[in-house]
Design a protein around this ligand. Sequence first.
Ligand code: 1CP
Length: 367
Amino acid sequence: MTLDLNKDFPVLKNDNLLRAARGEDVDRIPVWVMRQAGRYLPEYQEVRKQNDFFTICRTPELACEVTMQPLRRFDLDASIIFSDILVIPQALGMNVEMVPGKGPVFTEPLVTPSDTVKLNATGAVDRLKYVGDAITMMRHKLEGNVPLIGFSGAPWTLMGYMIEGGGSKTMSKAKGWLTKHNEVCHKLLSLLTDVIVDYFEMQVKAGAQLIQLFESSADYIDKEQFAEVSLPYVRRVRDQLRKRLQDQSIEPVPMILFAKGGGHSLSEQAQCGYEVIGVDYNVDPIEARKAVGPNVTLQGNLNPADMYLPEAELRALTNQMVRKFGMKRYIANLGHGITPQTPIDSMLTFVNTIHNVSQELRFNAGN
Ligand code: 1CP
């Protein structure tokens, strides 16, 4: 018998996202947008004026409020819990501050391999309990309207931030570690993998209905390095989580792998066991489908920069994107996070165009 984690929550009314992830037919193409809660929304800015970024993440009421904000404005098919990938380095004992206009800053990044011994993985997942609390609260607040996505950064991406001490245009320090301290890097990637598995297990038990692993820094490494530092750990996250849930008779949730800049290795990604592969805006949808084969769902991939185009052009590009991906095994999204200056009207155009094309495709299929 499998444990039904959903029994304590409102019944899900729109399960198109989960059906698309599993390769089942949908009523309409599900759409959500990476970073759909955030700085482009004035109501987010309001909450942010009053509260430090990580205070929002750590206070379930506030995290739920900002998670809810985009759903009030747009006809979306999913919500994603408000948090950040850098909560894991924090839980390992590193101090990360969010500096307005600059982004995340580590006060003491990893400088030499000996700094890694300070990382405290014991009990890290307990220190992330606030994310689980926000997830559980959010499942109630959603009233079953759309599914809730949980997420984490992938090992290589987290390691990059921990060494660079924040965002980087090159990841040169982290890449330097790969050549100079290769063995230490793999130990660190392994440690992060274990914490991510614990973290995902906790998120699923708290009520996450789908989970996304962000490998945002795949952009900085080539195909060979991707095969060395990303793919094996990404696969391990999936396999260990699956086993962990199975051992407790918990139904596994679908998983999305999004590797920004990983377009060179889509067929390899498709072998990692994830139900959904997210593609960035540099990937052609037709090529992506050829690379992953018919048994994986694709997610993406409009260029967030296209959200600055005049409405008619944005509509035309969105329309073209959806037609290229098609209705089967597809989740509409941008090809990376929405940017802070995006006009709200562009979000409306993007989301509504997807629903319109989806309706047309469905109508044509029925004829
Ligand atoms: O709505 C949602 O999507 C949920 C919220 C969310 C998510 C999924 C935030 C809130 N961050 C993330 C993930 C995240 N964080 C990623 C992976 C996605 C991606 O590639 O964009 C990454 C790389 C981060 C790290 C991070 N956090 C950056 C990038 C830094 C850089 O230059 O490389 C930044 C700017 C943040 C801060 C942040 N996270 C989220 C918000 C709303 C903000 C803005 C902070 C503020 O309000 O001041």
